[in-house]
Write a protein that binds this ligand. Sequence first.
Ligand code: FEO
Length: 396
Amino acid sequence: MNITLKEGIDWVGYVDWTVRDFHGYKTESGSTYNAYLIRDEKIAVIDAVKAPYAEKYLDHIRALVDLGKIDYIVCNHAEPDHSGGLPAAMAACPQAELVCNAKCKTALEKHYDTAGWKWHVIDDGDTLSLGKHTLTFINTPMVHWPESMFTYIPEEKLLFSMDAFGQHYASAFRFDDEEPLDVILHEAKTYYANIVMLYGRPTAQTMERAAALDIEMIAPSHGVIWRSHIKEVFAAYQNYVVCKPQPKVVVVYATMWHSTEKMANAILEGAQEYNVQALLFDVDTTHMTRIVTEVLDCATLAIGSPTLNNGIMPSMAGVLCYLQGLRPTNKVGFAFGSYGWSKRGGPNEVEATMKEMKVELMREPIRAQYVPTPKLLEECREAGRQMGKYAEQFVR
Ligand code: FEO
């Protein structure tokens, strides 16, 4: 495995092949916790790893340098998948100063026993010379936490981008040109949708700052390092930050006695009459990680639930909670579903959530009492046609 990014700069992280959950995100491809060692007149480590893998991380560093010679450990982000290994690292590296911004220091102090740590608190725009390399710190609040920052080395045109541009993707390789581009871009999209989508505006501001830098390599905290496809991942992020619609229709539903399922299928049939990508997801058979990833760039979204105990199905409630929290923007759609005797019921509750999500509603909810009639299914088909027609205007 090639771990060298640039002369004197090596990857010292951990590949987590088996992790399958990241606070609700189903990480089917595993992940990596990337950390980097810079050997110069001064020696610095960029970031750490999740706590259980701290010894592996320290072993990777030990293989290249005496831990007693490390001058700085930079923390770009306090979330425990990156900072969990810091207590072990600070204990093993007696000379090291922990380099971070003030918000990060506060967060680390609330996570760990930091008594005895030597701190080197920096601010946005500050620099730290290692000799031939200069670390430049750029605050990137809310990408993904308030204390998050990038570290940039101008002499190498190298950006350590922390969560940004990352992918939950375990690999034997470290670089983007060693893996199929469509696979890693899809993983980057899944990562953005499930981790960063809520923070589209700060991410757009961060992108502007990153675009002003001269960059040859982006080394994120998860997944492969971008050196050959920076333009592609930047372009993808430009679309992600505004949830740019594609010619794509997404129909998401839960069902009890198949009535809402019949409605969902009729909506899909209508949408398929147009030249769009039309996708159908049953929330009981599709994980919300996939659903949110497809919603990120859809143009139109129909969400359906039957009525259970005067409300929506619990499985749909979970998906809506996740979707609402991640706040996809630029969506047009409507709610649908069945009911029996409740005046409120599934479709109305779905619509209420869609309104809170600021989905532009194309129409009132389509409601079927008990079982949809042929006439009602035709109404569903027609609503699907409207979705397809609207989505068709967008170009890929
Ligand atoms: Fe990979 Fe926000 O932590």
